[in-house]
Write a new protein. Sequence first.
Length: 344
Amino acid sequence: MKYSVILFVDSSLIGGIESHLIAMSKLLERYNIMSSVLFYQDHNNREFYHRLEKANITYGFAGGNLKSLNEILKMFPRSALLHTHGYKASIMGKLVCRWQNRPCISTYHAGEAGVGKVYFYNKLDKLLSYFSLNFAVSNSLTKELYNAELLENFIAVKKPIKPRTLRSKQEINIGFVGRLSHEKGPDIFIEAAKHFASTNLNFHMFGDGPMVNELDLSAVNYHGQCEQQQIWQQLDVLVICSRAEGLPMVALEAMSHGVLVIAAAVGQLPHIINHLSNGLMMGESSAQALQKQLKNVEMLSTEQKQYMLSNAQKLIQQRFSGEQQFKQLDRVYNTSLLASLPNF
């Protein structure tokens, strides 16, 4: 059955969900499926809008309330499927789809429970998973939802991936890439960076977020928001020191680009990173655990690093290029058009 997809989100910054939406749009385009991004409201997220335009992805805005979303969806045929991303869009999308008796598909990304209003909305969103067909980006998330299946994140992969040639050099560039918020652990990264001051390790931080003004950014080279292609050219090692995660897109991007990954054992990361085979795993999300793995990096030979990078790139090609993910999406999209949703 022919369908189109509306990717519905409430977005004010650039993070994992935003990167996922671009990857989703390009994947659907690859298989000749029409899609567009619909924002619950305009948060003036100019950098993300620019990236959508650069990728030739159509986008539009609802008015920030249920009535406007309801009116917009009425203009689309039933074969236009609403696929929500993020707790707020997920809640609003489910409610409007129930009113219109149309199917709703939701992807759950957040590994953290959140605090305050975010905790409440996350809890409500998971309770409402009964009224949608659901994907989750980690095994742990699927257990918290009704009728959910694992959909691992994916990236656009050039075939074949070009192996990265390591240069023999004294300095090693270590990077943090992501939202500067508590759950991502930028403070852990900075604390570890201070321990290696006056060594051959250079620490770089890319991203923005609520913690930007409380972090001691003098301990790192802070670059703010940057295009991903610019980032990978500057780094030898990516650190993911999150306190909670789903499946971070940056891990896949780094592995694809020949950047060694050091990751905390959170979310889906332990199912991807095999210690000393295709990356390095920290025992916990702490500065001490990160320092230990950074010392390991210093001791690795060029041959050992090349072995891990080669394994990482092979994994990305085989498992995270989008081919198997599209088969899942296509099956659920077609099922959603045929299945009748449960009544209240």
